[in-house]
Design a protein. Structure first.
Length: 339
């Protein structure tokens, strides 16, 4: 037993020596990491300062060129126009550069997260976050669809409706936060897209605070049925996979940014493959218009006392913002994801 104990102690000492050597190596590696991190921070500050200086110089140059156009001849005008094109291209390059540099958060992110750096430094991290955002939208749409089915067909209780509407408020709030982070990392999300989610957050809150009463019950079934339709066919399985496939094709061709959303992956030539979606799409938009008309009619009744009824008629939550499809009439002129 004494010999066995001695061998065990020697093995422990050998393991400790090996661990100690690895620890010394870890300390050296961490020291190098700290040095590289300090260098990275300094380089980020230098790049940010240089970009600001370049932007200021280009702004002054653009202003000077604008003055020159008033007195120059035709040949000089061509030179000025060429310079303006190059200035615009340079500004786009600066936008891409800044997507890899720390920047101050906007007002909304400052209110929600505080002064936290949300810039992702690698393309892999950026794309992974964007891909997780798209999956979040898809999974939440499925959950909300089953929630609407449960409220409509199984439980006609105010508490279940409140849970469903609270889930809507949380969903849209989360979308606005994630989209703000994507924008901080260089995603060219359109302003109307984010604005629609802010409005949807507010109006989902209107549905959440709508008290139990005759007006609420008269609109409840119609609203839940519309939510199921929006999630189930034209906006969940059909549209999401169609748009994500189009966006994947554009990325493979190098025509779209890695952080663009499924809503950005739509071009005019894609209408050739969209014919099967149009009936579902138009029906959904007309149903949304019918919802607004119903709320307008209810708000004119003498027994309508709630402020939520006239407020909700301007827009019904759970609209096309969930999976990202713009109004079909505006898509006819859509090229390169820009309306």
């Amino acid at each position: 037993p004494a010999q066995t104990s001695t061998m065990s102690l020697e093995r422990c000492q050998s393991e400790w020596t090996e661990i100690e050597q690895e620890y010394q190596q870890l300390q050296e590696t961490h020291k190098v990491y700290r040095q590289k991190l300090e260098e990275l921070t300094n380089l980020q500050a230098i790049c940010s300062s240089a970009i600001s200086k370049q932007r200021k110089g280009l702004k002054d140059l653009k202003h000077s060129l604008h003055k020159c156009t008033k007195t120059c001849n035709e040949k000089e005008t061509e030179v000025i126009n060429d310079l303006k094109v190059q200035i615009k291209e340079r500004q786009n390059v600066f936008f891409d550069m800044e997507s890899y540099l720390p920047k101050k958060n906007g007002l909304y992110l400052n209110l929600v997260l505080g002064n936290v750096n949300v810039t992702l430094l690698s393309n892999q991290a950026k794309f992974a976050y964007k891909d997780e955002y798209e999956k979040f939208k898809l999974y939440m749409t499925i959950i909300l669809m089953f929630g609407a089915v449960t409220c409509l067909f199984l439980f006609n209780y105010r508490v279940t409706d409140e849970v469903f509407n609270f889930l809507l408020v949380w969903y849209y709030c989360t979308l606005t936060i994630r989209e703000s982070i994507l924008m901080s990392n260089g995603s060219r999300i359109k302003g109307w897209w984010v604005s629609h989610h802010y409005v949807s957050t507010f109006l989902s809150g209107v549905m959440l605070t709508w008290p139990e009463g005759q007006m609420y019950q008269m609109f409840r079934s119609q609203f839940l049925a519309f939510s199921i339709y929006q999630s189930e066919y034209n906006l969940l399985f059909l549209q999401y996979y169609y748009q994500s496939g189009c966006l994947y094709r554009l990325r493979a061709l190098g025509e779209r940014n890695q952080l663009d959303l499924t809503v950005e992956g739509f071009q005019s030539w894609m209408w050739r493959g969209l014919t099967f979606l149009l009936p579902f799409l138009f029906f959904g938009h007309f149903w949304q218009l019918y919802n607004a008309a119903t709320l307008f009619k209810l708000s004119g009744r003498d027994d309508c006392k709630e402020w939520q009824t006239p407020t909700g008629r301007f827009h019904t939550p759970r609209g096309h913002a969930q999976t990202g499809f713009v109004c079909p009439t505006s898509c006819l002129e859509r090229v390169g994801g820009r309306c």
